[in-house]
Each structure stands twice: as structure tokens, then as C-alpha cells.
Design a binder for this molecule. Structure first.
Ligand code: NAG
Ligand code: NAG
Ligand code: NAG
Ligand code: NAG
Ligand code: NAG
Length: 318
């Protein structure tokens, strides 16, 4: 009896492995559009897919990012300057993509562009601060996706969204987790809708990685600036100790982030080049073994574990 179960499990495992190892033919004919290629995952992915022989359309926020990327690659990679939160910019970028790919349509879209926003407690923020993050990470992503959709449908292509484990658990405070949560929520209904058009949608949830979003001095500066600008009353309520402990936590989070960014881009590559891409990819041991399992626990457990690390406000009542 047990032997049979083990054999079945073994077969299932081999089948899964075989299925996921099937890679598409002719990937060198295919165009992939990636947002946010200046640094981080986008930059790494653009170079990786270029190396694999795919045709890469890399959208960068800055001229400098685009120049650097071009220097490191060949004419198989083309760049464009794009701010995903600017609607006009998005439509002209899509026109450009359309003129490049022509009748065959766009095979892949990787929604990677994102900003961390101010990584501070929600009590320090104004609605506008969060709006800034949502405009890029959520509305920008939706704009790019919907505007490119006709081209992707034509190619019966793939969409890859980069969320993060913050979509499941708010480990980065501020507007970041809310925007990522929004990306996750969108996925389920739209995935079913697009399935009928032969378009496959995958979502990649990286754990804590060493990307440009996690450059320590930058994060610290933004937290310090926000603290300085707080009304005296808010500062008194939270207290100097809170602020110091908060910075210390940021320090620890960044120091323990994984430098193996390729784990994330490998998931993206699989989503774009495999015959049977997965719907969801989690990248990094912390995401696989800790954050994702944890997200299935009851809320009070998660709240308790989170409270162990967060600093206590000076005027708190506990
Ligand atoms: C790959 O390209 C070859 C030659 O261009 C073509 O004959 C073949 O049908 C293509 N395969 C697929 C799966 O598109
Ligand atoms: C987007 O805006 C920037 C700055 O205004 C401009 O340099 C760039 O060419 C625009 N991109 C497109 C695709 O129109
Ligand atoms: C985002 O993080 C904040 C602060 O840590 C938290 O209060 C909020 O519930 C989180 N939002 C989501 C959608 O997880
Ligand atoms: C990615 O985001 C777009 C726009 O919100 C949505 O249409 C799509 O379903 C999302 N896909 C996944 C897998 O999250
Ligand atoms: C993260 O990457 C930067 C630049 O690539 C490097 O200087 C830094 O040492 C890395 N940090 C960790 C914790 O790997």
C-alpha cells in the first residue's frame, strides 16, 4: 500500500519535472518587452534573455540606464525611455513596440518597474505618498498591460508580473505592500479571462533580494527625511527610540537579503520560455520556506510574529 503511494508520488514528481523542463522552440523569433531595466531584476533579465537569443525591448526610466544596457549588449536589444506612471509616455511606447514587432505581435511582457516608496510606518504618511507608489507599481502596471494587450493576444503570448512576498505579508511598510497586494488581487480574475485567448499569465514573488530597491543608504535617507519632516506631535507619540530601532530593523533586513538575484530572473525566464509556465513562482529560500507558508497561518499568529520585531511607540498604550 505505502509502496504504491510512494511510487505514485515519485511518478508525479517525475512528470512535474519533465513538464517544467519542456522549453519552447524558436525562442529567438520572440520579442519580450521589459519595464524598469535601469537596474535590479529588469536589468539582469534583459541581459539574460538577450544572451539566450531572444529579442529584447528594454524600457528604462533614465537615458543613463538605457545607454549602459546598450553598451553591454547587441542590436538584438533595443531600448526606450519610459515612465510607466505617465499615460502619454505609455501610449507612445506601445506605438513603438507595435511598429517593431509588426504582425507577429508581442510574445512577452514583464511588468517589473516598481518603486519602494517611503518605507515608513503608515502613521507617518499622507494619502499622497501612497498615491505616488500606486501610480507606478499598480496603475502604471495596469496601464502598460491593458495597452499592450492587443499585441500580446495576437502572439498568444505571456505576461509576467513581479509582485513580492509583500503582496502576501506586509514586510516592507509604507505604500509598497499595498501596491503589490493590488497586483496579486488583479491576477486571478484576469488570468482566467486571458486564458481563453491563449495568453498565459504568471506572477513572480521574490523574497528579500539585493536589488536597487534595497540600497541601504537610500532607504535610510528616505526614512530619516520622513522622520525630520513629521509634525512635532507625531514625533513625540512615536519617540526617538522608535525611530532608531526602526532604522536598525531596516539595516538588518537589507543585510540579510540574498545577493542571488538570478534566482528571480530564472523564474521570469521560465515563465517566458517554458511550454508550460507555472502561474506562480516564489524566488528565494526565505519566500519559499518562511514567508509563503507563514501567509497561510491565522492572522493572530502573523501579527504576533510581526510584533516581535517592530519597535514600540513611546506613547503607545501597551
Ligand atoms: C520554428 O522555426 C522553423 C523554421 O523557421 C519552423 O519551420 C517551425 O515550424 C518553427 N516552430 C515553431 C514551434 O514555431
Ligand atoms: C517618455 O518621456 C520621456 C521624458 O519626457 C521622453 O524622453 C521619452 O522619449 C518618452 N518616451 C516615449 C516612448 O515617448
Ligand atoms: C502594509 O504595511 C502596513 C504597515 O506595516 C500595514 O499596516 C498594512 O496592513 C499593509 N498592507 C497590506 C495590504 O498588507
Ligand atoms: C498582472 O497585472 C495585470 C494588470 O493588473 C493583470 O491584468 C494580470 O492579470 C496580472 N497577472 C498576474 C499573474 O498577476
Ligand atoms: C548588494 O549589491 C551591491 C551592489 O551590487 C553590493 O555593493 C552590496 O555589497 C550587496 N549587498 C549584499 C548584502 O549582498
Amino acid at each position: 500500500m505505502w509502496l504504491l503511494v510512494l511510487m505514485l508520488l515519485g511518478l508525479l514528481f517525475v512528470y512535474r519535472w519533465y513538464r517544467q523542463s519542456q522549453i519552447l522552440e524558436n525562442i529567438s523569433d520572440k520579442y519580450v518587452f521589459i519595464t524598469g531595466c535601469d537596474t535590479g531584476f529588469g536589468n539582469l533579465l534583459a541581459k539574460q534573455l538577450h544572451k539566450r537569443g531572444m529579442k529584447v525591448l528594454a524600457a528604462c526610466l533614465t537615458e543613463k540606464g538605457a545607454e549602459n544596457l546598450k553598451k553591454e549588449t547587441s542590436s538584438r536589444l533595443q531600448t526606450i525611455i519610459l515612465d510607466v506612471s505617465d499615460g502619454k509616455n505609455v501610449s507612445s511606447a506601445v506605438e513603438w513596440v507595435s511598429s517593431v514587432v509588426g504582425d507577429r505581435g508581442l510574445w512577452g511582457l514583464v511588468n517589473n518597474a516598481g518603486i519602494p516608496g517611503d518605507m515608513v510606518p503608515l502613521g507617518w504618511l499622507k494619502t499622497n505618498d501612497i498615491l505616488k507608489v500606486l501610480n507606478v507599481n499598480l496603475l502604471g502596471l495596469i496601464d502598460v498591460t491593458l495597452t499592450l494587450l492587443p499585441l500580446i493576444r495576437k502572439a498568444q503570448g505571456r505576461i509576467v508580473n513581479v509582485s513580492s512576498i509583500c503582496g502576501r505579508l506586509p514586510i516592507i511598510p509604507g505604500g509598497h505592500n499595498i501596491s503589490k497586494y493590488g497586483v496579486e488581487v488583479f491576477s486571478d480574475s484576469l488570468r482566467r479571462e486571458l486564458n481563453d485567448f491563449g495568453v498565459k499569465v504568471s506572477i513572480v514573488e521574490p523574497g528579500a533580494f539585493n536589488t536597487s530597491l534595497s540600497v541601504l543608504p537610500f532607504i535610510k535617507k528616505s526614512v530619516e527625511d520622513k522622520w525630520q519632516m513629521l509634525p512635532t506631535e507625531t514625533k513625540r507619540i512615536y519617540g526617538e527610540q522608535y525611530f532608531k530601532k526602526y532604522l536598525q530593523n531596516m539595516d538588518n533586513m537589507v543585510k540579510s537579503s540574498s545577493p542571488r538575484n538570478y534566482l528571480v530572473t530564472n523564474c521570469m525566464e521560465h515563465a517566458l520560455t517554458a511550454c508550460y509556465p507555472w502561474t506562480r513562482y516564489s524566488a528565494g529560500l526565505d519566500a519559499k520556506l518562511y514567508y509563503i507558508p507563514l501567509s497561510y497561518f491565522p492572522t493572530f499568529v502573523i501579527d504576533y510574529l510581526a510584533s516581535l520585531k517592530t519597535p514600540k511607540p513611546a506613547q503607545g498604550t501597551k
